[in-house]
Design a protein around this ligand. Structure first.
Ligand code: GLU
Length: 448
């Protein structure tokens, strides 16, 4: 059994977005680099916001990325365990009931700030007498529960950020349980990490301050403390924040735009690191020499154009054998498929775009507008078209002849031919492309 265990712990309250994908991929690549396993933990304690459809979409994303996970754990099925730990923490005095309303807390915060003090909760509820607590209960007020922090400094050696120290007197005792009895993220996460034997916790730096509280909980519960690593967050390419509404693409959007899983793996593993992003063909290549310390402290800037540029490189290197089925799904099939792929692969960003070129090769009825092209030019092109058999010299023999007869050269010679034969202003190398079209079709396309 592998000793190293990591987990990716999304909440099923929305579709995974590119930032979550990065956390997932870092966990996956790092787990492989230390021969560990990766568990998918679904953080669905928030019953109101968690939805089954988001759970299914997370599963689909993980499958699409071909990320192998060793187990799936759902927090919603573990409430009993959390309740047991809750009762223990209450009994030992680590959790205390609080009754202040949000308005009261806001007022207290303002008072502290205006007297130049940090807005830290003053533990007033901790000083309530038994009678006062009874009175609250008699009035039907249910408490929420705060964790009584040890006001020590907590230090850990972060796998990404190096040594970190958090002073636990610099923030309020965190609320771990809501008045309706439901658990906030902090405690269930620790209970599960202990239960599952998690050795490494890799997550976004928005969790750095939770880590101090969680380390205290690990200690109280008598457990080893996992290694923590906090990566910088992802921002848009202009440096602005990603939000669910703007800039943050879901994995579904990314998939639908024709990005390959391997492209996203390559991109997310290397973005925001001192290593160049490369078009590796396999996860093993990516995992070799992988180092978390290369992740920069500054935010990773997401650029969809960069991702698409990488996709172009990735698909150029996919072996034809792997691709065969994908092309068949697009109805690209037949004896010249391999030659076709070789001809078009450098001119497309996504595999789906191959379909357009396949139609141009196979569809006799595509509508090409020849009205912009000089009639005499087309006539000369028809008359000089070499007889079969054709080979890779045919194109230059043909265009030399047209050039001699028309005096045209370069773009003036090639662009009208490209438009007449493909209907496009740019595209694959025509010397190869005409071999796919064949003489009959070329002749018909030159017909005015
Ligand atoms: N559900 C938490 C989140 O999505 C998990 C954080 C963690 O990895 O500990 O932010």
């Amino acid at each position: 059994m592998p000793e190293n265990k990591l987990r990716f712990a999304p909440s099923p309250t929305g579709d995974l977005h590119i930032g979550n994908a990065r956390t997932l991929i870092l966990n996956y690549v790092y787990s492989k680099s230390i021969s560990g396993e990766l568990i998918l933990r679904i953080d669905d304690t928030d019953k109101d916001r968690s939805e089954e459809r988001f759970y299914s979409s997370i599963m689909k994303d993980v499958e699409w990325l071909k990320i192998s996970i060793s187990a799936i754990e759902r927090q919603s099925s573990k409430t009993e365990k959390y309740i047991k730990i809750r009762d223990y923490l209450i009994k030992e005095g680590y959790l205390y009931p609080c009754y202040e309303t949000d308005e009261e807390l806001n007022r207290l915060r303002k008072v502290s700030l205006s007297s130049g003090l940090p807005p830290i909760y003053d533990r007033a509820s901790l000083k309530l007498t038994k009678q006062e607590i009874k009175d609250h209960e008699a009035n039907g007020i249910k408490p929420y529960w705060r964790f009584k922090l040890d006001r020590e400094n907590i230090t850990w050696n972060d796998l990404i950020r190096g040594e970190q120290t958090i002073a636990c007197n610099s923030f309020s005792d965190p609320v771990l349980i809501r008045a309706d009895g439901t658990f906030l993220y902090t405690l269930p996460s620790v209970v599960d990490d202990i239960d599952m034997g998690i050795t490494h916790v890799l997550r976004g730096e928005d969790h750095v301050s939770n880590t101090a509280t969680q380390i205290q909980l690990f200690k109280i519960l008598g457990s080893n403390i996992p290694n923590f690593g906090h990566h910088s967050l992802m921002v848009q390419k202009d440096g602005s924040r990603m939000s669910k509404r703007i800039g943050s693409m879901s994995l579904k959007d990314i998939r639908d735009s024709g990005i390959e899983p391997m492209t996203l793996l390559n991109y997310c593993a290397r973005i925001g690191t001192s290593d160049a992003i490369e078009a590796f063909q396999s996860i093993d290549q990516l995992v070799n020499n992988y180092s978390l310390t290369k992740i920069s402290r500054s935010p990773a800037r997401f650029s969809f154009e960069e991702l698409m540029g990488l996709n172009k490189k990735v698909i150029q290197n996919i072996s034809f054998r792997t691709l065969d089925k994908r092309l068949m799904d697009l109805d690209i099939d037949g004896k010249d498929v391999e030659v076709f792929w070789d001809t078009v692969k450098t001119n497309i960003n996504t595999i789906n775009e191959a379909q357009k070129w396949w139609n141009i090769v196979k569809d006799d009825k595509i509508n090409i507008d020849l009205t912009q092209i000089n009639r005499d030019f087309l006539k000369i092109a028809q008359e000089t078209l070499p007889n079969t058999p054709w080979n890779d010299k045919t194109w230059s023999i043909w265009t030399d002849q047209i050039s001699q007869k028309t005096g045209l050269k370069g773009r003036e010679l090639f662009l009208p031919l490209r438009i007449a034969l493909t209907g496009e202003n740019s595209g694959p190398e025509l010397a190869k492309f005409i071999l796919l079209l064949g003489r009959d079709l070329v002749l018909r396309r030159l017909n005015i």
